[in-house]
Design a protein around this ligand. Structure first.
Ligand code: URA
Length: 207
């Protein structure tokens, strides 16, 4: 049986294509990289945009930064299929340049819809490009690794901003900080689950 969430996620992908989002990126991209992993995950990780390998395969984080991400997942006791991984911008920017503000803005509503479908416990932003949309006005160097509560319309989420694995890959101290922050994620999830259980005590769970 096809999961209802899967159908809704396919619809978001179709809408990006049908609404002709970022046509200049679309026309030079091989694939639209929507996301990968467990659509019932507690954690959604959000990077900035696909690179060359991601564009070729249609899967996020499978190059050097992705390998490092896999190592961090393992050190936190997880595998890729425990989480869902996506990017704020879903097409590869040419020459791996930074995504432009208007590109991030164009994809933002589709990212919000993905999160609405998946309903994770936490959203982990990787790098400043995805962080700035969830936590505008903050500096990543000041708040990395700290869970922040946010409300979007009626939806309450917890955002944990982390450094981007590609930025930390060859920077020893940033790398150590990112690994340390990453290892906090299981504990943050446990705390949130306990909070929810206590709040739901005596009432019917809605999820
Ligand atoms: N960097 C990202 O931000 N996303 C990817 O998918 C790969 C590298």
């Amino acid at each position: 049986m096809v999961d209802n969430k899967q159908i809704l996620l396919e619809q978001i992908k179709a809408d990006i294509v049908n609404n002709n989002i970022c046509p200049n990126l679309a026309k030079q991209a091989t694939n639209l990289v929507m996301g990968d992993g467990n659509i019932n995950a507690d954690i959604v990780l959000i990077g900035e945009a696909p690179g060359k390998k991601e564009d070729e395969t249609g899967l996020p984080f499978i190059g050097a930064a992705g390998k490092f991400l896999n190592e961090m997942l393992a050190s936190a006791g997880m595998v890729r299929s425990d989480v869902y991984i996506t990017n704020i911008v879903k097409y590869r920017p040419p020459e791996n340049r930074d995504p432009k503000p208007e590109e991030k803005e164009a994809f933002w509503p589709y990212l919000v819809r993905q999160l609405d479908v998946i309903q994770p416990q936490i959203v982990v932003t990787l790098g400043r490009h995805s962080m700035e949309y969830f936590l505008p006005g903050f500096k990543i160097s000041e708040i990395h690794g700290q869970p922040k509560r946010k409300t979007f319309g009626d939806t309450k989420i917890v955002v944990v901003p982390l450094y981007h694995p590609a930025a930390a890959l060859y920077n020893g101290s940033m790398r150590a900080t990112l690994i340390e922050d990453f290892n906090k994620l299981p504990k943050i999830i446990d705390i949130l689950k306990n909070e929810k259980e206590n709040t739901n005590y005596g009432s019917t769970k809605t999820r």
